[in-house]
Design a protein around this ligand. Structure first.
Ligand SMILES: N[C@@H](CC=O)C(=O)O
Length: 347
């Protein structure tokens, strides 16, 4: 599903053009249209320019890499296989922008939310040295679940959030499914998503980590605890968040920081950057998954229901589109940042 989002987002992209597509050996030799027959899950049709591209075998690394300037990677394989595949591509001198989790904890691989930690791209030079290339590297995006609360907390970092409790209500597209192929999700809630709580608690600390000796060292605060729940919606991960601060801000200060928050993508006016990264809804019943997930073309995050709490300093609700901001869109934004900063160049 993430691959399909990539294909859709890159259709008519002002900077990037899909010139080649690879997949497992099973799909190799088919046109892209044939390879997704009966499995196309987006509401929009397959973009015309990619329909007739003949899918290649991703394991033919040199041959495939020679045709492209850089690669987006979203695959379903074992962690060690993904690590090896992405490193093999990087070693050909080809940048790899990955949606996969395999390299999220590799010390010299930047895991980036472009508005939050663009400075982590600095470790790419050390990674290139390790891989023996002057142009290739791997950059990854974090898990989709954290995008519904990390941007809102990041905008408040000056007040030092110390403790965070987040419960995420995650769409079925996060599992690559729709209701046709996952009928169990109709009229149902499943209180478990394998590996998700660990990612949701730990990955924000890496995003907020520092660059030390050419490696990312994760932050030690805030302490985050989460529960991640699968709910019967197509797209959009919503989070309820409780937070304590070292220095408690006023409600007006929080709203002001959210509305003013801008990052490098906004400064550079990157093509996929939302103009308004965080939108606060005053209405008591917003943000709603169905109504608000597409805000800023699915690249903005929304917040609402900010109020003081009897146990924590504040509680609020956050929402982000899991396959746009949380997956393919987030990766396209990373690629735009990498190009704007000179890390991706025509070969
Ligand atoms: N691991 C996530 C993927 C993001 O959409 C999930 O299962 O929802």
């Amino acid at each position: 599903m993430v691959g399909q989002r990539f294909v859709d987002l890159l259709d008519q992209h002002p900077w990037f053009e899909v010139t080649a597509i690879s997949a497992s050996a099973n799909s190799a030799g088919k046109t892209y249209e044939e390879s997704v027959q009966g499995r196309w899950k987006l509401a929009v049709p397959i973009p015309e320019p990619v329909k007739n591209i003949v899918v290649q075998d991703a394991s033919q690394v040199e041959a495939f890499a020679s045709q492209v300037d850089f690669i987006f990677c979203a695959v379903d394989m074992k962690k060690n296989e993904i690590q090896a595949l992405e490193e093999a591509y990087a070693k050909t001198g080809t940048p790899v922008v990955s949606n996969n989790s395999a390299h999220r904890w590799t010390a010299d691989v930047p895991m980036v939310i472009p508005e939050i930690n663009p400075g982590h791209l600095a470790v790419i030079e050390a990674q290139r040295k390790r891989l023996g290339t002057t142009t290739g590297f791997i950059a990854v995006k974090p898990n989709c679940s954290i995008q519904s609360y990390v941007p809102a907390l990041h905008a408040l970092r000056e007040f030092n959030p110390t403790q965070v409790v987040a419960s995420t209500y995650q769409a079925i597209s996060g599992a690559g499914k729709n209701f046709t192929d996952w009928p169990e999700m109709l009229d149902n809630v499943i209180p478990y998503i394998g590996g998700e709580e660990e990612k949701s608690e730990q990955e924000p600390l890496r995003i907020w980590g520092s660059v030390e000796n050419n490696q990312i060292v994760k932050a030690s605060a805030p302490h985050i605890t989460t529960q991640c729940i699968r709910v019967p919606v197509t797209d959009g991960h919503l989070a309820t968040v409780f937070v304590n601060f070292e220095k408690k801000p006023s409600k007006d200060e929080i709203l002001e920081r959210w509305s003013q928050f801008k990052g490098r993508p906004q400064e550079l006016a990157l093509p996929s950057a939302p103009k308004q990264f965080i939108t606060y809804f005053e209405e008591e019943n917003r943000p709603q998954t169905k109504l608000d997930r597409d805000i800023e073309r699915g690249m903005g995050v929304s917040t609402g229901r900010l109020r003081e709490d009897s146990l924590y300093d504040y509680k609020f609700v956050g929402l982000s589109h899991n396959t746009l901001r949380g997956a393919a869109g987030g990766a396209v934004l990373i690629a735009e940042l990498l190009k704007a900063e000179g890390y991706i160049q025509p070969k």
